[in-house]
Design a binder for this molecule. Structure first.
Ligand SMILES: [Fe+2]
Length: 206
């Protein structure tokens, strides 16, 4: 696993809770997205190594500190039916999406097939880390939880395959919002992650 992690000096929730930011102008939707795209594009043009690119993009997320106002008020509400992903931008070398998680919402167990850098914009993300227990081979391998990371708003990470097998869970009591940059063009239906059955072996991309 190649990982770089940091916590931005001012969190997205700091900004989101400010009175001055409570009513962004209607034409200010996707606030900061254009600058974010431009800076990420420079990273992908300058670097081809996945781990190095993920680190560079994580640095951009720390420097620019985008906020939850990349999303509209309606998008920020999330859904009772499960976490919701909003694709904000796609191009051949990378895509940007935001995920809205109401309390208790959780992903399937998965790992990633491309580099990914992400920022917790609001709330708290808890990451359950999995590994194989050493019993069995092939399809009989079993996954067990081997760790847990808690990431508050402002946390930034950049990872590249082979990444941790993990599961992301909003264990907080407020809606969480995370911003993800993937090294793939999501508009082409590219699989950026691999989902694991309880028994452990990958079963599908998504
Ligand atoms: Fe993931």
């Amino acid at each position: 696993m190649t990982t770089t992690s940091a916590t931005a000096s001012a969190t997205a929730s700091d900004t989101a809770s400010g009175t001055a930011c409570d009513s962004p102008a209607a034409d200010d939707t996707r606030r900061g997205l254009a600058e974010l795209i431009e800076q990420i594009r420079r990273c992908t043009a300058a670097e081809s190594d996945p781990a190095a690119t993920a680190r560079l993009v994580a640095g951009v997320l720390i420097a620019l500190r985008p906020t939850a106002y990349l999303l509209t008020a309606t998008e920020r509400e999330g859904s009772a039916d499960g976490y919701v992903r909003h694709t904000l931008h796609t191009e051949p070398t990378f895509s940007i999406s935001a995920v809205v998680w109401r309390p208790g919402q959780i992903t399937e167990i998965h790992d990633h097939l491309v580099w990914c850098s992400f920022l917790v914009l609001q709330g708290v993300e808890t990451e359950n880390i999995f590994g194989f227990d050493g019993v069995g081979v092939g399809d009989d391998r079993r996954l067990v939880q081997v760790g847990r990371r808690r990431r508050p708003a402002g946390s930034v990470s950049g990872v590249a395959p082979p990444d941790d097998i993990h599961q992301v869970h909003n264990t907080g009591d407020e809606t969480a919002i995370t911003l993800h940059v993937y090294g793939a063009d999501l508009s082409q239906g590219t699989s950026v992650r691999r989902i694991y059955r309880t028994e452990g072996m990958p079963c599908e991309g998504s």
